[in-house]
Design a protein around this ligand. Structure first.
Ligand code: NDP
Length: 364
């Protein structure tokens, strides 16, 4: 696949255009459907990500309108109704959420709840006949992921996971360089994501709501990157857990180091942590290398290769991801980041936890 510079990119889409068409090795190119009625989307859980990232991104999409909200906090519903002109009939609580089935304004439900609630709300959305986007991690176990996939298949609705980086040019380029063997076969991937977590009372530190610690939250990005940069599925993993604050992290892990082996012989080495900031992707191939740093946050991301700086567009990740899912619905095609993709990561996460417990290499 052809690589693309910032200038190529901007000349193709037009300066100032917020909807961008990115040639993708991971996802399909994006399109707008000018004459089509916008798809109505309802956000479930009006927390930080919904308020500060998804709602603004939805305003940049051509094919979605923010049509509804589902929340347990009445004051938030009032605020969102006023801010986004959402009618009363499109506002739901967790209790009356199932009646969304009758609401023709809502085509898609976007689940932005704590991780352990994804399973229930994706299945309820599917039963209501709505297409679903579910935030990462897809769920907190392989079993839950399988049940969510089955429920969406049964209801004949599409399911997509909030893997925004599949639609982000620097990560797409890293995947292209790796998969197309731009510098020869990839031998080593170093891929880490961690941050210093604050408030000790938040749901991210409670296993019943988060399913795990840093691994479930941001380690998953490092797993994703190792997979899309090699274009392979890992076959085995070793892992080690470290804890410096057993009080704060009594329920979930603080820091995990892990290593994955791939069928080609490539190996990845990763760190995830709630104790310290780390955000880097480095791939080393036979004849060169690529580094993204920062690699996974909301950007602006930066990268370089053994040939020089990467000059790529800075985009709104969430808007790109949302437009791709709109295109999947309007073209009736499967999302490239579907439930199976979420399930693959969960199988790896479970193997990592097994490897920590056993102290041995675990097959995936
Ligand atoms: P927040 O804590 O900010 O928001 C979660 C919201 O869920 C709450 O505000 C609340 O909304 C609702 N909720 C319902 N029940 C509970 C409960 N028992 N405890 C806490 N909240 C509850 O979390 P985030 O927005 O940061 O994360 C939400 C999801 O999005 C997670 O799965 C996370 O992994 C994912 N995420 C993805 C990101 C990405 O880049 N793709 C980035 C950040 C998060 P209400 O008051 O409306 O009921």
């Amino acid at each position: 696949m052809k690589s693309y510079s910032r200038r190529d990119f901007l000349s193709r889409v037009g300066m100032g255009t917020t909807l961008l068409t990115v040639p993708s090795i991971m996802g399909n190119a994006q399109q707008t459907f000018g004459s089509q009625k916008k798809l109505g989307i309802a956000l479930v859980g009006l927390g930080y990500y919904a308020e500060h990232l998804l709602a603004p991104a939805l305003q940049q999409t051509k094919n979605f309108s923010l049509a509804g909200v589902v929340s347990g906090t009445p004051a938030k519903i009032d605020k969102w109704k006023a801010q986004y002109n959402i009618p009363d009939k499109n506002c739901y609580t967790y209790q009356n959420f199932d009646s969304i089935a009758k609401n023709k304004d809502i085509d898609v439900v976007y689940v932005v709840l704590p991780n352990s609630m994804h399973h229930e709300y994706v299945i309820r959305a599917a039963k209501a006949g709505k297409h679903v986007i579910c935030e990462k991690p897809m769920a907190v176990s392989v079993k839950e992921c399988e049940e969510m996939i089955a429920a969406c298949k049964k209801a004949n609705v599409k399911l997509s996971i909030g893997y925004r980086l599949h639609f982000e040019p620097f990560n797409q380029e890293a995947a292209r360089v790796g998969q197309k063997k731009e510098f020869g076969v990839v031998k080593i991937v170093e891929s880490s994501f961690g941050f210093k977590i604050g408030d000790p009372t938040q749901w991210r530190l409670k296993k019943s709501l988060a399913g795990g610690g840093a691994m479930m939250d941001v380690g998953i990005y490092a797993i994703q990157a190792a997979r899309y940069c090699t274009g392979e599925e890992p076959i085995s993993v070793t892992a080690q857990e470290f804890k410096t604050d057993p009080v704060k992290f009594k329920d979930v892990e603080e820091t995990i180091f892990w290593q994955m082996e791939f069928p080609s012989g490539a190996v990845s080495s990763s760190i995830t942590s709630y104790a310290s900031n780390t955000e880097r992707l480095f791939i080393s191939a036979e004849n060169g290398w690529l580094e993204l740093r920062p690699a996974y946050g909301y950007g602006p991301l930066k990268g370089r290769t053994s040939k020089g700086e990467l000059d790529l567009p800075i985009v709104n990740h969430q808007a790109m991801q949302l437009e791709d899912f709109a295109a999947c619905i309007l073209e009736n095609r499967e999302s490239s980041v579907n439930g199976e993709e979420g399930l693959r990561d969960m199988k790896i996460i479970e193997a990592i936890y097994r490897a920590i417990a056993s102290g041995k290499k675990e097959k995936i």
